[in-house]
Structure formats: structure tokens, C-alpha cells
Ligand binder design. Structure first.
Ligand SMILES: O=C(O)CCC(=O)C(=O)O
Ligand SMILES: [Fe+2]
Length: 380
């Protein structure tokens, strides 16, 4: 479903990009509020299903859920923090805590072996009995900028609620029964969320790397708010997909052997950019793809983005969902009818995450990143 009453997204070449715009509004309305509510919800769920199959990326219209002034305020607070003297920002350094929660300087974060041209602060779901010597088990380090913590904590609550709403809409899109949704719900109802506040100065011409190198997010759902800077976030679209005609030329290939093109996903007012992480790839047994994306910010301004990663519960066991296997089975061609489907390997989310953090320690970056550290694999 592409909403026609808002301007179509455009990529860096000014062509219309193929990412769909999906409104979550039908899931916010009371069930009894309109006669056609079930059809509208079904349309949203079907659009989510289609978008996750085709792109793993879409715009989520949340204008009925969050006042756009709210994330604009968050970006202002972020700018206040990033404009502080370096030694003030370093007071929140990752090494003060569990090496995951806190502030990372410009170029401290590494993706695919190259320094990312951004700085940022990472926050995680608070834990009981924090212990900063244990990976991920420290406490969040909040800037003292007035209003920062309060406003960002309000955003976290909002994004957690949005995560549950989108998960339910996706469950319906995947054809799950109420009992199946109940089981999936219990894997995400205490999300081990992550929120990053990222600042991107313009990419210097001689910089050997990207603002943020190509990676797949490895959790469940990412809700990205970004300031209005155009031509920064790019999404890799396989050649066969509808948006692929609008290529961004002149940029280095960074997508391994996959055939496709990079398109810009410029911000649209009232929407967050939403993408699925590798946990959805496992749940859907590959039916939904977690998609490569990167940031190349060559503009003249300082860009701010705030991705919220709605992740599974720390102890959730992520395994292929019967509803996804049913679809794959039903769509098998005649030639493969007797061949069993190869199930994706299951993972316990917290173990998967900790191993990623462990890898990052050995790589020297010492922090959680959503990048795949040079691997484009799906974690199988
Ligand atoms: O800043 C952006 O637009 C994207 C950031 C991102 O992809 C990430 O932090 O995983
Ligand atoms: Fe990402």
C-alpha cells in the first residue's frame, strides 16, 4: 500500500524510490470505531508482509501515534550534547561501563574494518543487579543536558509500545493464529531494546570509509528517526525488486557478490524508516530478509539520527515460526514438492547478542554495533 496523499520518497537522483509507505493507524484505532476496521488492519498487515518480503525496509507512518515535534526535540537535545567540548562527552565513555552503554567518539565505531564517520551514545534496556564487568550488564550513561533523559525515556516507552503494535500487525500479515501470536508475543514483551543517538559530521573527501558502513541490523525491528538531511541513508535493493531502477551511481560497491543497487531512503515527515533485523530472518525462515544499509553523508550540515532497536527478550529462543514454514511449503514449486524445507538454526537472543559483543571486543572496537563486522551472512 503506497499512501498517495503524501509526497513520494525520492532517491539521490530525484527518482521515486521503491520503498513502500505503510500507515499503522488502523492498529491504533479502537476495534469498534469503524465498520471497516478489520479490512483496514488486514490491508496494513498485508502491506507489511509484502514489504518484508520485497525489501525488509519500509516507511512506517506513525503520524497518528507520535507528534513529529517530539523526535525533533530529541534531535535538538542530541545536537546540544554533541556540541559539548570533547572532554565533556568523553565523561560518558563506553569504558566507564560495560563497553556497550555510553558514548563513542568519532571514528571509534568500526564497520567492515573501516572507521565510521560518526559519534554516538548507546542506551540499552536497564537490567536488574547491574554489573559493569559483565558484557551488556552495566548502567546507561545519560548526558546532563537539561531534559535529555526525561524526553528520551519517554521516547523509549513510545517505541516499545510501537514495537508491540507492529509485531502484532506482522503476525497477522504472516497468517499466525491467535495462539501462535501469543507465543511470539511472549518472546518480545520484555524487549532488550537498544537506542542509539548518532551524530554525523559531513564525510571528508579523503575519508577511507563511510559515515556508517554497510550492515544488517541483527535484532527484530528498527524504528529510525532521522533529521531532514537528504541523501544520507542508503538501502541495498536486489536487482529484481521494483525500486531497483533508481540506482545511485558513482558510489563504491560494498555489497559483496549480491546483485542490486543502492537507493536513498530520505526521511518523510510523520514517518520512521523501519527495517527488520536478522531475528526476523530466522523467525520467517528466510522469507523476510534483513537488508544491507549504510550512511553516506556528504552534505554540509551535521546530521542526527536516532534509531530505536526493538529487540526480542534477552532469553527468547528464536526459531522458525510454523506460520512462515506453512507459506514456504505452500509456495514450493512442483520440482521441490518432496524436498524438506531446511530450517534456519535457532538462537537464544541474549547469547547471540553477547557473542556479537564478544566479537566486537576482540576486534578492538569493544562495543555493540548493529554492523556485521564484514560478514554479510544471516547468522546461520
Ligand atoms: O543513521 C542512520 O540513518 C542509520 C543508522 C544505522 O543503520 C544503525 O545504527 O544501525
Ligand atoms: Fe542499521
Amino acid at each position: 500500500m503506497v499512501k498517495m496523499d503524501s509526497p513520494p520518497p525520492r532517491n539521490g537522483n530525484g527518482k521515486v524510490a521503491g520503498l513502500p509507505i505503510i500507515s499503522i493507524t488502523p492498529y491504533l484505532l479502537d476495534e469498534s470505531s469503524r465498520d471497516d476496521i478489520q479490512e483496514r488492519r488486514a490491508a496494513t498487515s498485508n502491506a507489511l508482509h509484502r514489504a518484508c518480503r520485497d525489501f525488509g525496509f519500509f516507511y512506517l507512518d506513525i503520524s497518528a501515534f507520535a507528534d513529529p515535534r517530539e523526535p525533533d526535540d530529541l534531535a535538538k537535545l542530541a545536537r546540544k550534547f554533541f556540541s559539548l567540548p570533547q572532554q565533556e562527552k568523553d565523561k560518558l565513555a563506553l569504558k566507564n561501563q560495560d563497553s556497550a552503554r555510553g558514548y563513542a567518539r568519532l571514528k571509534e565505531n568500526v564497520t567492515n574494518g573501516k572507521a565510521d564517520n560518526h559519534e554516538g551514545i548507546d542506551f540499552y534496556r536497564p537490567v536488574e543487579n547491574p554489573d559493569k564487568t559483565k558484557p551488556l550488564w552495566g548502567i546507561n550513561q545519560w548526558p546532563t543536558v537539561p531534559g535529555f533523559r526525561e524526553k528520551y525515556e519517554r521516547w523509549v516507552e513510545k517505541m516499545k509500545t510501537l514495537g508491540m503494535i507492529v509485531m502484532e500487525a506482522m503476525a497477522i500479515g504472516l497468517g499466525m493464529t491467535p495462539d501462535e501470536w501469543k507465543a511470539l508475543r511472549s518472546q518480545v514483551d520484555d524487549s532488550f531494546w537498544v537506542m542509539r543517538v548518532i551524530g554525523y559530521p559531513p564525510l571528508p573527501n579523503d575519508h577511507d570509509g563511510f559515515s556508517c558502513g554497510a550492515h544488517k541490523d541483527y535484532g527484530c525491528l528498527t524504528f529510525l528517526y532521522a533529521d531532514p538531511t537528504p541523501n544520507a541513508l542508503q538501502v541495498f535493493v536486489p536487482r529484481s525488486k521494483p525500486g531497483a531502477a533508481a540506482d545511485l551511481t558513482g558510489l563504491p560497491a560494498e555489497n559483496g557478490s549480491e546483485k542490486g543497487v543502492w537507493i536513498s531512503a530520505d526521511p518523510i515527515p510523520g514517518c520512521v524508516v523501519c527495517n527488520i533485523g536478522e531475528m526476523w530472518e530466522i523467525w520467517s525462515n528466510g522469507l523476510y530478509k534483513s537488508t544491507l544499509h549504510r550512511v553516506v553523508h556528504r552534505g554540509s550540515n551535521y546530521r542526527v539520527s536516532i534509531p530505536f532497536f526493538f529487540e526480542p527478550n534477552f532469553n527468547a529462543k528464536i526459531a522458525p515460526l510454523p506460520a512462515a514454514l506453512r507459506i514456504i511449503e505452500a509456495e514450493k514449486g512442483e520440482a521441490k514438492k518432496t524436498k524438506a524445507i531446511k530450517p534456519y538454526k535457532s538462537v537464544v537472543y541474549g547469547e547471540f547478542l553477547t557473542s556479537k559483543v564478544g566479537n566486537n571486543f576482540t576486534n578492538g572496537s569493544g562495543k555493540y554495533t548493529n554492523g556485521t563486522n564484514g560478514k554479510y551472512s544471516n547468522g546461520n
